[in-house]
Design a protein around this ligand. Structure first.
Ligand SMILES: Nc1nc2c(ncn2[C@@H]2O[C@H](COP(=O)(O)OP(=O)(O)OP(=O)(O)O)[C@@H](O)[C@H]2O)c(=O)[nH]1
Ligand SMILES: [Mg+2]
Length: 207
């Protein structure tokens, strides 16, 4: 039997070239891949993390941003516990496409999915989208918000760990409180289960 208490599916979406694959590889492998090529269809990586002593397995689905793969990637939305929508802070077009991505998410994802907006490439000096603009968009659309740099490893670990933390809290809130039937002094263990759905609300921000 595998040694984890929770299993969560996290799906990354967003325009081609915003850095989705680099974020995933930074988090799962601790590296910034040189000459990272465009993702074809969908890639899949796993990382098990420890959140306050609980083992959490994250299944991370890295989708292709290119339009021609859209019908494939849409099929991965439905089962996601968390969706990370990524834009590039140095690319206005990648930010301008966010409403289109949100429409996709609303159409294909579970209504209760945890939605996270990420502005990547904060290391770049040619930034076009100020932090407050990203923050404002996230707030208006009930999303968590974080800025990252996959290149400099800035906020990447924090992003995934906070998502895992938030999903655990939600899963626990849904677990039935076990009926106590043991002897006095015997410890009570909560039911182990993998949640099939996610949060009731996701209005606050990560930062
Ligand atoms: N400066 C900088 N460049 C980055 C960062 N993250 C990714 N890049 C670069 O951006 C380019 C695209 O990165 P990818 O991770 O392949 O982008 P993607 O979103 O996965 O693209 P698709 O797979 O086509 O959807 C690559 O040249 C990366 O080196 C970052 O944090 N800072
Ligand atoms: Mg990619």
């Amino acid at each position: 039997m595998e040694d984890y208490r929770f299993l969560f599916k996290v799906v990354l979406v967003g325009n081609a070239g915003v850095g989705k694959t680099c974020l995933v590889r930074r988090f799962t492998q601790g590296l910034f891949p040189p000459g990272q090529g465009a993702t074809i269809g969908v890639d899949f990586m796993i990382k098990t993390v420890d959140i306050n002593g609980e083992k959490v397995k994250l299944q991370i689905w890295d989708t292709a941003g290119q339009e021609r793969f859209r019908s494939i990637t849409q099929s991965y939305y439905r089962s996601a516990h968390a969706l990370i929508l990524v834009y590039d802070v140095s690319s206005q077009p990648s930010f301008d496409c966010l409403p289109d991505w949100l429409r996709e998410i609303e159409e294909y994802a579970n209504a209760k999915v945890l939605r996270v907006l990420v502005g990547n490439k904060t290391d770049r000096e040619d930034r076009e989208i100020p932090t407050y603009v990203g923050e404002d968009f996230a707030q208006r659309n009930n999303m968590y918000f974080m800025e990252t740099s996959a290149k400099e490893a800035d906020n990447v670990e924090k992003l995934f760990m906070e998502i895992a933390h938030a999903l655990i809290e939600q899963a626990k809130a849904r677990e039935p409180v076990p009926e106590y039937k043991g002897n006095p002094g015997q410890s009570v263990t909560l039911n182990h289960r993998t949640p099939s759905t996610t949060s009731d609300s996701c209005c606050s921000r990560l930062l």
